[in-house]
Design a binder for this molecule. Structure first.
Ligand code: SF4
Ligand code: SF4
Length: 383
């Protein structure tokens, strides 16, 4: 009896934290067949599900932190086990008990930074709008047509600030009446929720929602698919609704309306990587390709594992903040696939993908062969 009680407790904890769907699994193993981890090392979502259903989860194990929430296995699961939400339930338990394996310890700093500064990068909140210095970007006010919610990585990361600056240049040229919230903006909270810190997610979300309401925000433009996903699909849990537009959609809209015109040829071969949170999680596959195909002179080539089958970069589910061993990074595989197409530019539309691909360019010594760009930067160069 002494051993049965803890098992029962784990099962109860799993259920309390939203993992009751684990019990539906009939161990077909399809999740393991499609999971990108099995291209680089052994990993079994099927086993995690089995152990959780029986109350045998090893909360201290690294395995519960590996899932990138890429969305591949939920699409194939015949029993609707909701591997992502169920997996997050295990992380919630581990986070509650403060049990983190070594590769996951950076999360403590991330959390502290989110609490004190509203961003995961240990950056000063007061500097959140510094990326826009010299660009004469307006503060958002109620009269503005659209809010450009810049997001943490585009606000602070030196590589990604260039994307935010490119976006601003395009919006101004297209005559869009937009503004930014600057220091009033908080992290959207998407990734912290996926690592199991529900309380902090709710706090960040509530603060953002209050700011949106207080400032009369109706339509929100984002460059990150993670902001897009959480504003569109998760903030409605708080009984609010804003119109959310991803930059790939908006650029396409502006081109179709004739507000963006291409003034020169862009004679480059480009391949496009579908970010998981733009593609699989939100079905936005065509707009980024439509944008690229409208640029004169540009040739778009497809990689294997594209659109609904896109190979994850490895950055979702909070993995962007964790250590991934050399030889186990999906982004290295993806960059190689991109190079194999003969393209000179790997285009995408997500800050995590860009970060990971930039790292892979160094790892694979491919800096001469391949450039990584957000589609916003490509459009900015072609107008
Ligand atoms: S695909 Fe679904 S039913 Fe099959 S093993 Fe994985 S979780 Fe279980
Ligand atoms: S969501 Fe993606 S990374 Fe996570 S277990 Fe499923 S296939 Fe693997």
């Amino acid at each position: 009896m002494e051993t049965v009680t803890p098992y029962k407790e784990i099962i109860e904890l799993v259920h309390e934290n939203g993992g009751e769907a684990f019990s539906r699994c009939f161990q077909c193993g399809l999740c393991d067949v499609v999971c990108p981890w099995n291209r680089v090392r052994q990993f079994s979502m099927r086993k995690i599900v089995r152990q959780a259903a029986l109350g045998l989860t090893e909360i201290e194990s690294e395995d519960i932190w590996l899932c990138t929430t890429c969305g591949r296995c939920p699409q194939h699961c015949p029993r609707d086990v909701n591997q992502i939400e169920s997996g997050v339930s295990l992380r919630r338990i581990a986070a509650e008990y403060g049990v983190f394996p070594k590769s996951v310890t950076p999360l403590k700093t991330v959390r502290a930074s989110l609490v004190s500064e509203g961003n995961p990068l240990n950056e000063d909140r007061a500097k959140r709008a510094d990326w826009a210095e010299g660009l004469s970007v307006d503060d958002f006010s109620e009269e503005k047509e659209i809010l450009y919610f810049t997001g943490c990585y585009f606000s602070y990361d030196p590589r990604l600030k260039k994307v935010a600056r490119a976006a601003t240049g395009i919006l101004k040229r297209a005559g869009v009446d937009f503004g930014i919230l600057g220091t009033r903006e908080n992290c959207c909270g998407e990734s912290i929720r996926k690592i199991g810190d529900e309380e902090l997610f709710r706090r960040l979300a509530r603060e953002n929602i209050k700011t949106f309401i207080d400032n009369g925000v109706r339509r929100i433009l984002v460059s990150s698919p993670h902001c897009y996903h959480t504003f569109k699909n998760e903030y409605p849990e708080f009984m609010v609704h804003f119109e959310i537009v991803h930059m790939a959609q908006y650029l396409n809209e502006l081109i179709c309306e004739g507000k963006i015109k291409f003034s020169k040829d862009y004679p480059k071969v480009i391949t496009y990587h579908d970010p998981c949170y733009l593609g699989r999680h939100n079905g936005i596959y065509d707009e980024p390709r439509d944008v690229l195909n409208k640029i004169p002179g540009l040739e778009l080539r497809e990689m294997p594992d594209t659109r609904v089958d896109s190979l994850c970069c490895g950055g979702g589910g909070g993995r962007i903040w964790m250590e991934t061993a050399k030889g186990e990074r999906f982004s290295d595989l993806r960059l190689q696939q991109a190079m194999d197409t003969g393209a000179e530019v790997l285009a995408t539309s997500c800050p995590y993908c860009i970060n990971n691909f930039e790292d892979s360019r160094l790892t694979l010594e491919a800096t001469e062969k391949m450039t990584v760009m957000d589609i916003t930067e490509i459009v900015a160069e072609a107008i």
